[in-house]
Design a protein around this ligand. Structure first.
Ligand code: DC
Length: 231
């Protein structure tokens, strides 16, 4: 069966990652969380005192970063490794959330990550979620989805997600972080978060998890069928 590329973009905490992961698992596709990659870079820059106004220091740091994803069968999820170390939980902290938009707005950082993401998607059969997947990373993706949800619902979901990782954060703090990131991600010069012209909008505010997964699987199956007819 022909494989396609599925690009899922949208604001923080509207269910992109969990949905993308489940869609990939049902289709037998690979799943890549590109937000995790920008978070890992942010962690590395912080650990190594990289000055964000020093282009040479950033070049040097980016050349030292190796990012891999490995499947954890116990937790049934893909986890991110930074230079061989599992940083899956560390990158989700509020500390990193507060710094990641600044790092991900830097052109050099984006160029390095986009190059890796394009390599990962070469074989197709991939679901990738982020902010610029349908516009920059895979502008020719067969299926592009733009996910949205009500702001407060997004905050509650993110708070619950953190709680599941034993991270207790006040809802107000989560909402403030989301608002700040939405603004920075949408207004930056380099690949801002915008809906691709040919993306299909999925508003998850009133959808159950099963509904949102089902909608995207349905869209993917249509595209896969279309591919077979075209070829
Ligand atoms: O999806 P997330 O919240 O884990 O993403 C963390 C940050 O990374 C987000 O605030 C913006 C940035 N990001 C990006 O600029 N481009 C992507 N493709 C994915 C994430």
């Amino acid at each position: 069966m022909r494989k396609i590329v599925i690009a899922i973009d949208g604001y923080s905490a509207c269910g992109k990652s969990s949905t993308a992961k489940e869609v990939a698992s049902r289709l037998g596709y690979a799943y890549i969380d590109t937000g995790a990659m920008y978070r890992a870079v942010t962690l590395f820059f912080h650990q190594n005192y990289v000055n964000l106004t020093d282009p040479l220091a950033m070049d040097k740091a980016l050349a030292q970063i190796q990012i891999d994803f490995k499947f954890n069968s116990k937790k049934e999820r893909n986890e991110i490794y930074l230079n061989g170390l599992n940083v899956e939980d560390e990158i989700r902290s509020m500390f990193i959330s507060e710094r990641v938009s600044e790092v991900s707005a830097i052109k050099k950082v984006r160029q390095a990550m986009v190059a890796q993401q394009q390599k990962m998607g070469k074989q197709k059969g991939i679901v990738m979620d982020g902010r610029d997947i349908g516009t920059v990373v895979f502008p020719a993706a067969e299926l592009k989805v733009f996910m949205t949800a009500d702001f407060k619902v997004r905050g509650e979901r993110r708070q619950k997600e953190l709680l599941e990782k034993d991270i207790l954060v006040d809802l107000q703090e989560v909402l403030e972080n989301l608002k700040k990131r939405d603004e920075m991600d949408s207004n930056r010069t380099e690949s801002p978060l915008i809906q691709a012209n040919d993306a299909i909008v999925v508003d998850t505010t009133n959808l159950t998890f099963e509904d949102q997964v089902g909608q995207i699987i349905h869209l993917a199956e249509e595209k896969i069928k279309g591919q077979i007819i075209e070829n």
